[in-house]
Design a protein around this ligand. Structure first.
Ligand SMILES: Cc1ncc(COP(=O)(O)O)c(C=O)c1O
Length: 368
């Protein structure tokens, strides 16, 4: 049992596996018996060679992709990928299709017109991004260069139930920051995936990329060297000094997922945890869930109390019960319970137990 009393529902940086943090504590002092801690090792030395190779192998194993995909990491967060993607992949005069499913999707969308033509192929803006556009709500442009989507909308609490059906031969580009390796995904259907580490993979500082080599072989325009995917792909994420600790920890977290049984086992665990909260939400009428049922996120659960005053009180009382980080994003308000891979089921149970007693206490005030 963990010595920590607080359940951390933060949307990211979020909860990491206890065993990984404990190992990191040791490795910060002395890793691999080298007499040097991980924070102090050169990124060109043997120890970091080992970490780089392992990190790539762990990601490759979890993604199930072969050598036709490059695996590397960059800095600048997922936010920098908003412009790296069109800068590298979208020639002037050509069109890229984007799903508009929330704030992070919009951040990507904003960058496209600097490089080429934007087409919104599906949008849920009409209902404050509470659903994922599907079926006839989606219209692709005649010849998109790629189709971009955000597989899990961290703020809204929605998740694509499956990847979009892009037109044949058109690469899928995905911001997988908030559900990376949370479930099995057929990565071979994708052209390029990026994920900021600080939710399911490790600490802030690294963004993991998995990209079809042909797509990152050469950018479509001359670019500054640091913006060129090719440089990063060809140098195993060591084009310049990488965030060494973040890479070390990503590897340890991915090994932890592999040890649990990989993404299939992870999905079962995540489903169980999320069901604890969703089953409760479905069986009551005090709290108001945000996401439409068929596109609910397993990672971020969004809901509100009947009034903003009660939201405030809920958050205050939850914190006093060691339920931390539940405040919803300002764009939708209310609450958001983020339960990433390493978040324990006991935390979901503690949340529901608190939600029950809070609703019991305040339901009559609302009815009057
Ligand atoms: C889905 C998604 N994309 C992008 C970002 C932005 O990531 P960063 O702050 O690392 O740039 C976030 C952050 O929460 C996110 O959840």
């Amino acid at each position: 049992m963990s010595e920590r009393k607080t359940f951390n529902f933060s949307a990211g940086p979020g909860t990491l596996p206890e065993s990984v943090i404990r190992k990191a504590q040791q490795d910060i002092w002395d890793i691999d018996g080298t007499g040097i801690g991980i924070l102090e090792h050169s990124h060109r030395g043997k120890t970091f060679d080992r970490i780089t190779e392992e990190c790539e192998a762990s990601a490759r194993q979890l993604a199930g992709v072969g050598d036709d995909y490059a695996i590397f990491w960059m800095q600048g967060g997922a936010t920098s990928q908003c412009y790296f993607v069109p800068a590298n992949l979208l020639p002037e005069g050509e069109t890229a299709d984007y799903f508009q499913t929330g704030k992070w999707a919009n951040d990507s969308i904003k960058e496209v017109p600097h490089y080429g033509t934007l087409h919104i192929c599906g949008s849920s803006k009409d209902k404050n991004y509470s659903y994922i556009p599907m079926g006839d709500e989606v219209t692709y442009s005649p010849k998109p260069r790629y189709v971009h989507f955000t597989s899990n909308n961290t703020i809204m609490g929605t998740e694509f139930p499956a990847e979009p059906d892009a037109p044949a031969g058109v690469p899928l580009v995905c911001d997988m920051s908030s559900n990376m390796f949370s479930k099995p995904v057929d990565f071979k259907k994708y052209g390029l995936i990026y994920a900021g580490a600080q939710k399911n993979l490790g600490p802030a500082g690294a963004t993991l990329l998995i990209a079809r080599r042909d797509l990152v072989a050469d950018p479509v325009r001359p670019l500054p060297e640091m913006m060129n995917y090719k440089n990063h792909a060809e140098s195993e994420g060591r084009f310049n000094t990488p965030p060494t600790f973040a890479v070390y920890l990503m590897n340890e977290v991915m090994k932890w997922v592999i040890g649990l049984g990989g993404t299939a086992a992870m999905a079962e665990i995540n489903r169980e945890k999320a069901d604890v909260v969703y089953d409760f939400l479905d069986a009551q009428d005090f709290y108001i869930p945000h996401a439409r049922k068929d596109c609910r996120s397993l990672m971020n659960i969004t809901f509100k109390c009947p009034t903003p005053e009660l939201d405030k009180l809920f958050l205050k009382e939850a914190e006093s019960k060691h339920l931390d980080g539940l405040k919803g994003h300002r764009s939708i308000g209310g609450m958001r319970a983020s339960m990433y891979n390493a978040f324990p089921k006991e935390g979901a149970e503690a949340l529901v137990s608190f939600m029950k007693s809070f609703a019991h206490e305040h339901a009559s005030a609302v009815a009057n």
